[in-house]
Ligand binder design. Structure first.
Ligand code: PLP
Length: 593
């Protein structure tokens, strides 16, 4: 039994309150009791003594011969107040010792082991209740907090607690410390970045995954995790209409997926022996080249950095007026590079670019890649989900000819962060790039099983497939389709409101459900810097209301407010409200001197 420091100084207190339920005994110094309400114990480490139903009974407590006042406060919970008149030195210790004698033998492992099951159950229920209330009411909280940098940090102790703390204290600090600094990604008016929805089934899948806490590096390290991942990846493949030869693997995010795709693309040139000899100090290698449009995601550049290719290896291709890669410009760039002895090896095309969800012409780009022998990776991290909707399936046209494609269920598929699926038609190339099996991870299973550790950097892999499985099963393909379709409808409606308003304008087409728009001023030149400033102020003003949260981008040098309608909890009412807020805030800004 672990004693808190309070009990090593028994003269500190003169009576104790003991809370009893069917499995637990809390012993708290009375000076603290005086300041607390039951269930809230600020700033104190009560000793939690796990007991079994049989080990402590009223009669056994009474056998302590301490005046006792037992009363029921709630079903299953009794509060026993012990009065210890005229405390003598050491009595606190004696009492604890006597209590120890009453506990079951299995509880005598002093200070070791996990939280007792009954305590886990109690706080687990409490936390689930808290989460259910939070999800039901998150729309009434500020979407973004009114907070300064350092505000959260200043409420946190600079050093870890030496003694363990109670779950009551920890949970109380979620309200006190964490909540005031939360940007609520689960808010129905969170329209920033690419949203991510923590759906109920996804959250429960995540919880179960934490409880299992398996490592799905090898089939042998957890067969269920490996095989569920195989199954769910294949479900998603079918949902977006990719052909069966696409094989999937889950990584933490789109950036990781793209990194692994580019690494595999590089490994196609096995004769360069980059895996064995690396890049540094080699004069026998040409400069390698990756192509992406000037709307391609920054994860492509990061992959180039991490793979030792350098930022210069990424060549940005011009886009048309719809922000789609121009295939002729790609063709020209490849030819030019070849004539300069640069080795093209990979094209990253995008379905749903980050700024404005533009969709590159994949069929034309595929033809170029096939002709030139280049690996085509499609970044459909956000946009790929739209292909689940039958009438939107065309967004992935041509992707059946790609070498790899990434889709992030943690973006528009209502699966909580973090879950990205990389599909490739050439898993053997990915495997060649990353497989490395030390003796201690060798298994007898052979090639009939998948060992996901062979296909990437991470060795330890969480059981992420559970939350994808829960989410797809709970909503069904049909339920997911209806939700994504509604987002697309709401975005089209918002775009129409912008188009019809004399003081706003749209800055890009809306192929999916993201609208890039800005306020404009009659008689002010399109490219005037003052328009950029006005729109920056407008964004700040909208976000300052706390009612909604938007982010921004720049398109052709113009500052655009960016509204993404892809959150599970967003409905027409929320989209109407943010439009009203935008108009209201613009009016206020225009009235300002
Ligand atoms: N690709 C696109 C088009 C994105 O918009 C993003 C992130 O928003 C990524 C890739 C990176 O995804 P992740 O944040 O999961 O690494």
């Amino acid at each position: 039994m672990r004693c808190s420091p309070y009990y090593s100084k028994p003269s500190f207190f003169n009576s104790l309150l003991i809370l009893l339920d069917s499995s637990r005994l809390l012993i708290i110094p009375v000076r603290i009791v005086a300041r607390m309400r039951i269930g809230k114990i600020p700033g104190i480490n009560p000793v939690v003594i796990p007991i079994t139903k049989d080990t402590i009974t009223t009669s056994k407590i009474q056998a302590l011969k301490i005046p006792i006042n037992l009363k029921a406060t709630a079903p299953g919970l009794r509060v026993a107040t012990f009065f210890i008149p005229r405390l003598r030195k050491g009595m606190g210790f004696d009492l604890i010792k006597t209590m120890n004698d009453l506990t079951s033998p299995s509880d005598t492992q002093v200070g070791l082991g996990d939280m007792p099951a009954e305590e886990f159950r109690q706080y687990g229920h409490q936390l689930i209740d808290w989460i259910a209330d939070f999800l039901a009411n998150v729309g009434n909280l500020p979407a973004f907090p009114n907070i300064q940098p350092g505000d959260v940090l200043s409420k946190l102790p600079g050093a870890p607690p030496i003694q363990g703390e109670t779950m009551n204290e920890i949970l109380a600090d979620v309200d006190r410390v964490i909540m005031p600094g939360m940007a609520h990604w689960n808010h129905p008016r969170f329209f920033a970045y690419f949203t991510s929805s923590g759906s109920g089934p996804g959250i429960l899948g995540e919880l179960l995954s934490a409880a299992f806490n398996v490592n799905s590096m090898l089939w042998h390290s957890c067969p269920s995790a490996t095989e569920l991942e195989q199954a769910t990846n294949d479900w998603l493949r079918q949902m977006v209409g990719l052909p069966p030869e696409f094989w999937g693997i889950i990584y933490d995010g789109g950036s990781s997926s793209t990194f692994h795709a580019i690494a595999a693309a590089r490994d196609q040139f096995a004769e360069l022996k980059i895996r064995e000899r690396g890049l540094a100090g080699r004069s026998d290698l040409p400069q390698l080249r990756i192509y992406t449009s000037d709307q391609g995601h920054s994860s492509i550049d990061k992959a180039a950095v991490a793979l030792g290719l350098g930022l210069d290896s990424v060549r940005r291709i011009a886009v048309d007026d719809r922000y789609q890669m121009d295939p002729r410009a790609l063709d020209g760039a490849i030819a030019e590079d070849r004539s300069n002895d640069i080795l093209p090896f990979c094209v990253v095309a995008t379905v749903g670019s980050t700024s404005c969800t533009s969709i590159d012409p994949i069929p034309a780009i595929s033809s170029i890649c096939e002709r030139e022998g280049l690996w085509l990776h499609v970044d459909a991290a956000h946009g790929g989900a739209a292909a689940i909707v039958p009438e939107m399936r065309y967004v992935l046209d041509g992707c059946d000819r790609a070498d790899s494609i990434v889709i992030n269920p943690h973006k528009w598929l209502f699966v909580p962060l973090d879950l990205s699926v990389l599909y490739t038609r050439k898993p053997e190339v990915l495997r060649r790039a990353f497989s490395l099996v030390p003796e201690y991870l060798r298994t007898a299973s052979g090639d009939e099983v998948v060992n996901y550790m062979d296909y990437g950097i991470p060795l330890g892999r969480r059981f992420r497939a559970l939350k994808l499985w829960f989410t797809v099963r709970y909503f069904g393909v049909e339920g997911i389709t209806r939700r994504i379709r509604e987002h697309i409808r709401l975005a089209a409606q918002f775009a129409e409101w912008v188009d019809k308003h004399t003081e706003f304008e749209r800055l890009a087409p809306v192929p999916l459900s993201t609208i890039c728009f800005r306020a404009r001023r009659q008689g002010v030149d399109d490219d005037d810097e003052s328009l950029n400033r006005l729109n920056e102020q407008l964004l700040q003003a909208i976000n300052h209301t706390g009612e909604a949260f938007l982010s921004h981008t720049k398109l052709s040098g113009r500052f655009a407010l960016r509204l993404v309608v892809s959150h599970l909890r967003t409905s027409e009412e929320h989209v109407s409200r943010v439009w009203a807020i935008a108009q209201e805030q613009l009016r206020i800004l225009k009235m300002a001197p």
